[in-house]
Ligand binder design. Structure first.
Ligand SMILES: [Zn+2]
Length: 91
């Protein structure tokens, strides 16, 4: 049987296959969206459900995941990632 790695969403704490979540990585002091999930560094995972998009800022999920105060612009970066996708689909 194939083992499917599970990733926990930083917001809802539900578990997902890694293909279903967005990886956010801290590398050289910078927060990046890791599109291919192959970047070095400490990672956090976000499921991007509508509920979680609404709650992410309030939940301070990234702060918890990285054990530091994460700038709001990083949260926006993560949220924009999903907003942009939606726009593409509509256009
Ligand atoms: Zn979630």
């Amino acid at each position: 049987m194939k083992h499917i790695p599970q990733r926990t969403c930083i917001c809802c704490r539900k578990k997902f296959a890694k293909e279903q979540v967005l990886r956010i990585v801290k590398y050289n002091g910078q927060f990046l969206i890791d599109e291919n999930q192959k970047h070095d560094g400490r990672g956090a995972y976000f499921c991007g459900s509508e509920e979680c998009q609404k709650k992410l800022l309030k939940s301070r999920g990234l702060d918890r995941a990285f054990k530091e105060r994460v700038n709001e612009s990083v949260y926006q970066l993560v949220l924009n990632h999903f907003t942009d996708k939606k726009d593409d689909e509509n256009g």
